[in-house]
Design a protein around this ligand. Structure first.
Ligand code: PMP
Ligand code: GLN
Length: 386
């Protein structure tokens, strides 16, 4: 190819390749155990894959309806309405998306206007700020309070003004595992009620909450749900991150705006996969219901095997990520340490500083424990050599 010769005024000048791509590539190169990028080390359930194969061979390979197949929208609405005593209408208030990423991106494009401000909590999952910026909005960062990464709602009030259009929350939270409590939802509800602020609530880890805690969804409060767009991911819940299918649920007026963008963004998503997910949700509700117990056991296997190491940690309350503090082992920056330890002792992780707007170096790494037990034990054994 001839070289492109003009200068490019980048729309995202601060953005490089995501840390997940970088660390997974390094893990491969160094043949390390990859506990960096978050994805299960095991397959989607047999019955779900069987349903996919069925629809793949049943001439269901053309475009799906724009908002998603009715069967899956109905399954999602019924599930949310049952769990949160909510009242979502499958026709007008649920849309099936190409993963949570597209739901978040499209919501930003549809609802954030030029010069609107959007409050984000740092450390923040990496796709939020670019989506807001591309929509013409301005991310306003509020730092979560270590060590439990809780929200200081007074700080949120301080940064609010008439330009505040949206608050983006994420519970259970990536990368920290923190979960919002009922008292947090009280505060959020007070803040948005009567203020014309939309809550974009990333709840992709809704089925991974541990130690008897419960997931508090913005869908579970009538007043909050009236201003909230709830985002979920079938990839997380059904061990199928590669299928890239998710959903968004919210009030009809906001969903109508969302769909205006969605129809030109992707139009629709994978048809046979949607039909398979609808069948599986209806036939196997126990899968999601048992997911917290399944991942709590994995977290505990990992932490038990880590006993005696020099890392410090609090068992993660949610998600499939465990943070480990390494300040006792090294004073180097987490980005450096993550690279080094991928090479030797051969465990890849994610440095938490990359999720900050202005990196905060607290000597913390994130490890994904969605792996088989033998891998978790071997990873812990290697980490104990440090
Ligand atoms: N939000 C969070 C907090 C995530 O961790 C992820 C992916 N791991 C996503 C959104 C994107 O989900 P999906 O793969 O369904 O696009
Ligand atoms: N969400 C996953 C994580 O946090 C990664 C998804 C991706 O690679 N974009 O690790």
């Amino acid at each position: 190819m001839p070289e492109y010769s003009s200068s490019i005024a980048s729309k995202l000048p601060r953005t490089g390749t995501t840390i997940f791509t970088v660390m997974s590539a390094l893990a491969k190169e160094k043949q390390a155990l990859n506990l960096s990028q978050g994805y299960p080390g095991f397959d989607a359930p047999d019955a779900l894959r069987e349903r996919y194969a069925h629809y793949l061979n049943d001439e269901r390979n053309q475009y799906a309806p724009m908002a998603g197949v009715p069967e899956l929208r109905e399954a999602v609405a019924a599930d949310l309405n049952k769990r949160y005593d909510a009242g979502y209408d499958a026709d007008t208030e649920v849309t099936i998306t190409a993963g949570a990423t597209q739901a978040l991106f499209t919501a930003a494009m549809a609802l954030v206007r030029e010069d609107d401000e959007v409050i984000l909590f740092t450390p923040a999952y990496d796709c939020y700020a670019p989506a807001i910026e591309l929509a013409g909005g301005k991310p306003i960062y509020v730092q979560l309070k270590a060590p439990d990464y809780s929200v200081d709602w007074d700080e949120v009030r301080k940064v609010m003004n008439r330009k505040t259009r949206m608050i983006l929350v994420n519970t259970p939270h990536n990368p920290t595992g923190a979960v919002l409590g009922s008292d947090d939802l009280d505060e959020l509800e007070k803040i948005v009620t009567g203020n014309d602020i939309i809550v974009l609530s990333d709840e992709v880890y809704e089925h991974m909450v541990f130690d008897g805690k419960k997931h508090h969804s913005c869908a579970s409060r009538e007043a909050l749900a009236a201003s909230s767009m709830i985002v979920g991911s079938f990839g997380k819940t059904y061990h199928a991150t590669g299928w890239k299918v998710g959903y968004i649920a919210g009030p009809a007026a906001l969903m109508a705006e969302f769909r205006k963008v969605h129809q030109y963004n992707v139009f629709c998503v994978n048809h046979p996969v949607q039909l398979a997910l609808a069948d599986f949700m209806n036939e196997h509700p126990e899968h999601a219901a048992e997911l917290s117990a399944f991942y709590q056991q994995k977290r505990d296997v990992f932490l038990k095997a880590l006993e005696g190491s020099r890392f410090e940690y609090d068992p993660t309350p949610g998600t499939y990520f465990q943070l480990l503090r390494f300040g006792n082992i090294s004073k180097e920056e987490d980005t450096e340490v993550a690279r080094k330890w991928t090479a030797s002792p051969g465990v890849a992780s994610i440095p938490v500083s990359v999720f900050y707007h202005n990196p905060v170096h607290e000597h913390v790494l994130r490890f994904c424990f969605a792996k088989d037990d033998a891998t978790l034990i071997e990873a812990a054994e290697r980490l104990k050599t440090l």
